[in-house]
Ligand binder design. Structure first.
Ligand SMILES: [Zn+2]
Length: 249
């Protein structure tokens, strides 16, 4: 999908790491997206397109073959419950580190989901996130053209710079998505509003307090799913604030 998938790949590379570089592809060709280039920058574990393929370790995780789901049937992801996501990693440049340090100490809030077919089934009501934000101090929101909540400090930057800011932040509050996955990679704790679209073993990290709803992890892609909506509605802003207070930030 986007950055998240590639950060997850960096987690796989970290686990598999050996003297050989990890080649994400089909055994013949490295298959990267434009996001791969951004996420794998300076990563010594990962083979790049154009590198020698003589002595690499192939890993069949790439766009078109994301093995956290086995298929799509009747408009739903059929999840692979055996998949366990692992924290990824970034190799920041000194300039990115400096950007992170110069925006340190906030609570990062991401009230939006990425623009994919299923995003509406993962979207917690934005007015609830506004209520949460209005009750906490020193909140940062990354500004990439979507609605900015009231009372936050917007930061315009690249995705890598955003990940560096996460590294120096106090906590994150978000739904499932690229920023949540980046937060796990840089060791930032927080509250993740997951609902019941995707199973926790595929999509969440132990460092986070992950809030689920109820019912099956349905994976409905293109249509509005009442179950997903109800499951997210079940997670109140009071509950998010209660859990947030337990983080002691
Ligand atoms: Zn659903």
């Amino acid at each position: 999908m986007g950055y998240g998938d590639e950060i997850m790949a960096s987690g796989i590379a970290k686990r598999l790491t050996s003297k050989k570089k990890i080649a994400f592809g089909d055994g013949k060709k490295i298959i990267w997206t434009k996001e791969s280039e951004i996420i794998f920058l300076n990563n010594p574990r990962v083979a790049k397109p154009g590198d020698s393929l003589y002595d690499v370790l192939w890993e069949p995780y790439y766009r078109g073959n994301r093995n956290y789901f086995s298929s799509v049937a009747n408009g739903r992801f059929i999840w692979n419950y055996g998949f366990q996501c692992e924290p990824g990693e970034f190799y920041f440049t000194e300039a990115e580190e400096e950007f992170g340090r110069s925006n340190a100490g906030g609570v990062v809030v991401e009230p939006h989901t990425a623009k994919f077919g299923n995003s509406h089934n993962r979207q917690w009501p934005i007015d609830r996130m506004q209520t949460v934000v209005s009750n906490i101090n020193n909140v940062i929101q990354f500004d990439y053209g979507k609605k900015i909540l009231e009372g936050v400090t917007p930061i315009k930057c690249t995705f890598r710079e955003a990940a560096a800011v996460l590294k120096y932040s106090k906590a994150i509050i978000s739904m499932h998505g690229g920023l949540q996955i980046a937060a796990a990679a840089v060791g930032l704790k927080g509250i993740i509003i997951l609902g019941n679209f995707i199973p926790p073993n595929i999509s969440t990290y132990h460092i986070h307090d992950n809030l689920i709803g109820y019912g099956p992890y349905c994976g409905t892609i293109d249509t509005d799913c009442d179950h997903c909506k109800e499951s997210l509605d079940y997670i109140s802003n009071t509950k998010v604030l209660e859990r947030f207070s337990l983080l002691n930030v």
